[in-house]
Write a protein that binds this ligand. Sequence first.
Ligand code: FEO
Length: 391
Amino acid sequence: MTLRKITDGVFWAGAIDWSRRLFDSLIPLPDGTSYNAYLVNGEEKTALIDTVDPSKTHILMEYLEDVPTLDFIVSQHAEQDHSGAIPAVLEKYPSAELLASQRAIPLLSSHLGISEDRIHAVGDKERLSLGSKTLEFINTPWVHWPETMSTYLIEDKILFTCDLFGSHLAVSGLDEPDFSKVSEAAKRYYAEVMMPFRGQIRKHIERFAGYEVKIIAPSHGPIHFDTERIMRSHLEWISDGNADSVVIAYASMHGSTETMALRLTEALSTRGVKVELFNLAVADTGKFAMSLVDAATLVIGSPIVLTGAHPLVMGAAFMANALKPKVKNACVIGSYGWGGKMAEQITGALSGLSLDWLPPVLIKGKPTEADYKALDELAVAIEARHRRARS
Ligand code: FEO
């Protein structure tokens, strides 16, 4: 395989995973993904920045067939989709030095079976000269593991950011899909793994402003040659001020809770409030996560199954709690047959968020005219809260 040139001496050596449809046994990948590795050739030394998922090791090794010597392997992130091929690369280049952040060392050791003595820690702002090319390591923890770091190639003004600014798309790093497609995939990825760490992302972006960055090279999806555009998108997503939609996520067994969810959707829409509605029995969890990026209010709808909330609803509540979105208001709606602790379970599952709860709308059996009125009043209350937040 032929290395793909980015600039003189800098190459993309990644693997496209066309058919992967699930990450972490949880996250849907509708457009596959890619694992970007980068080769940097200085006049004296050569470094590989990150590797690929273990399932694609053979592709990386084909790229490296014509690379006679490798002096350094830079591991920016110990998660296996980027570190998984390191053992094979070390086997081919036994004298290569493996570099990582201090916090990455035990993670690389425990995940890949590499002796800690084999890994050399690099510090924040530490520089490595390859001769005519200089790498500067920048600690960027918690995107989305504690050990993550970025690497700045000074002469070419390229910032390698691993998962940060990445997108799950089955493209080479040098492909340039329409930005609306890249932005959607990047937002999905941000929502699924980065959203809880938006405070750290803000600090990292502020810090990157101190570097002249012409190219951002993440480890999933296309390279960003318009660096402002992708940074702007992330700044919008992490911003505290722009969440104004309502997310309604529900499960329904015999249609009553669904009827309630649809009525509330209609009542909100007619008042000009943006709603995203998810029937959890068929919803894409990635889209649900994305919707939370811009949500000011989360409404969870559930029937009572046996004596509690529907398991799909609890899964969605658990996910929302873990993703720590900016959402400020919440409410439970739903229908029951004979009673149970559904609302208490849902509020408990969301206890990690700082939420201002609206009174629940819980009904017995099919909705009546009085129940529809209660849902219309809920829509009025939600709209009022959104209006107050804007003023
Ligand atoms: Fe792409 Fe956190 O691994």
